[in-house]
Design a binder for this molecule. Structure first.
Ligand SMILES: [Fe+2]
Length: 220
């Protein structure tokens, strides 16, 4: 099985060397990171916290070049640009959980999907596990500020990036299918944390599952 992380640490920038990971007893995570970087899925590092946003293509009857966007943390223009290069139109945007660094790009992304080549396709459906649904919607800023403060962050980060968030279209449940991806409910990092698994290709998008009640750092 290939494992894809959307962790909010900076393994992807090489901030943590293999030796440092070994010292932190995170050899396994580092190996998983190396595996992640060799797969065919598309990863874009987005936002101040450098979250991994994933683009996962799949064949759909209604759209020849369809895909799922997972965890659009920020920087919608980067995601739109890459989708254009790949000639992909997303049918779904899935959120592994509701933390702001994984979904801040949603408002700009949805606006972009109303223009250009994307305008002739239906807007992608936004899916999140029902237990994290309170992180979406126009009034969710309070939840995000409280969550960020509880994790030791400065809520100014939330305030600076805040745009009214859409409501979810899909409330995900354990075992439910969204395109090719099965939802696996894995609470711990947040109540509604989920991973998404393609049984056919054996690819798993894990989100921040490894980090129980903490951020994605090597000390978590
Ligand atoms: Fe998180």
């Amino acid at each position: 099985m290939a494992l894809h992380l959307s962790i909010t640490s900076s393994y992807h920038k090489g901030w943590f060397t293999a030796a440092q990971c070994a010292a932190a007893n995170h050899q396994q995570l580092y190996m998983l990171y190396l595996l992640m970087m060799t797969e065919k899925t598309e990863s874009i590092v987005v936002g101040f916290i450098e979250t991994n946003c994933w683009i996962y293509p799949f064949e759909a009857k209604e759209q020849a070049r369809s895909c799922v966007v997972i965890d659009p943390g920020d920087e919608a223009p980067l995601i739109i640009s890459r989708l254009g290069e790949l000639n992909l139109v997303p049918a779904y945007i899935l959120l592994s959980h509701g933390h702001f660094d994984h979904l801040a790009g949603l408002p700009d992304l949805l606006e972009a999907f109303k223009t250009g080549v994307f305008a002739s396709y239906p807007l992608p459906k936004i899916g999140i596990h029902r237990l994290d649904a309170n992180y979406l919607g126009k009034d969710s800023i309070k939840v995000h500020r409280e969550s960020f403060i509880a994790a030791g962050g400065d809520p100014a980060y939330i305030d600076a990036l805040w745009k009214s968030l859409p409501d979810p279209d899909l409330l995900l449940e354990e075992g439910g299918m969204t395109g090719p991806l099965k939802t696996l409910h894995l609470p711990g990092h947040s109540p509604g944390s989920a991973a998404f698994y393609d049984e056919k290709t054996e690819i798993l998008f894990s989100g921040d599952t490894m980090f129980k009640g903490n951020w994605g750092t090597p000390n978590a």
